[in-house]
Design a protein around this ligand. Structure first.
Ligand SMILES: CC(C)(COP(=O)(O)OP(=O)(O)OC[C@H]1O[C@@H](n2cnc3c(N)ncnc32)[C@H](O)[C@@H]1OP(=O)(O)O)[C@@H](O)C(=O)NCCC(=O)NCCS
Length: 171
C-alpha cells in the first residue's frame, strides 16, 4: 500500500470510493463524493493535501484537506478543513485511515498551516489530537443542538495556534 497525491486519473475511482465508503458512515448527507469535486474546482483546493491510498493499482483510501477560515467581526483566520476521509470497506481497521490523516496533517504543518477543523466523531478523532472547537470559543455556521457541539473539532498543528482566535468556522 502506498500513499500519494491524487491526480486526475484517480478522480472517477475516488468518486466511487467516497460514495460507497459513506454508505456505512454514521453521519452523512449522501453528497460527500460531490463535495470532493466541488472542493477540487474551488479556490480552497490544495493539491498537496489531497491524498490517496493505493494498493495493487486500486484506490482504497482518500483524504482531502482544504482551505477554510474562522471569522469574527475583526479578523479572518485561515485554517484547514478535513473532509472527507474514506477507506474501502474491505480495507478498514488496518490503520489506513489513520495513516491518511496523520500524513495529511504532517504535510499541512510542513507547508505552514496551523489548525485543522472537521465535523466528526470524537471517539475516532481524539486519538489524532482533535478537541471540540467550543473549548476555543469557536462555533460553526450551523445552528446545532448542544449535544453535537463536541463533534465540531479542531487540531492545532503548532502549539497555541488558536490563541486569540474565536468566531465561526466554515465547515
Ligand atoms: C472512518 C474511516 C476513514 C476509518 O478508516 P480505517 O482505515 O478503518 O481507520 P483505522 O484503521 O485507522 O482506525 C480504525 C479505528 O477507528 C474506529 N472508527 C472508525 N470510524 C469510527 C467512528 N465513526 N467512530 C468511532 N470510531 C471509529 C474503528 O472502530 C477502529 O477502532 P480500533 O482502532 O479501536 O479498532 C472509515 O471507517 C470510513 O471510510 N468510514 C466511512 C466514511 C466516514 O465515516 N468518514 C469519516 C467521517 S467523520
Amino acid at each position: 500500500m502506498i500513499i500519494r497525491y491524487e491526480n486526475k486519473n484517480d478522480f472517477s475511482a475516488i468518486y466511487k470510493l467516497v460514495k460507497t465508503a459513506f454508505e456505512t458512515a454514521e453521519v452523512k448527507n449522501g453528497l460527500e463524493q460531490d463535495l470532493v469535486n466541488e472542493i477540487r474546482s474551488s479556490d480552497n483546493y490544495i493539491p498537496e493535501l489531497a491524498l490517496v491510498a493505493e494498493d495493487n493499482g486500486e484506490i482504497i483510501g482518500h483524504i482531502m484537506l482544504s482551505k477554510t477560515h474562522v471569522k469574527n467581526e475583526s479578523q479572518e483566520y485561515e485554517a484547514l478543513l478535513l473532509a472527507p476521509v474514506s477507506v474501502n470497506l474491505s480495507y478498514r481497521k488496518q490503520k489506513i485511515g489513520s495513516k491518511l490523516i496523520n500524513m495529511a496533517m504532517e504535510k499541512a504543518k510542513s507547508i505552514g498551516y496551523k489548525a485543522v477543523f472537521l465535523a466528526g466523531n470524537p471517539a475516532f478523532y481524539n486519538r489524532f489530537g482533535f478537541a471540540p472547537t467550543i473549548k476555543y470559543g469557536i462555533k460553526c455556521q450551523y445552528d446545532l443542538p448542544e449535544e453535537l457541539f463536541p463533534n465540531i473539532m479542531v487540531c492545532e498543528l503548532v502549539p497555541d495556534a488558536l490563541d486569540g482566535v474565536s468566531g465561526v468556522v466554515r465547515l
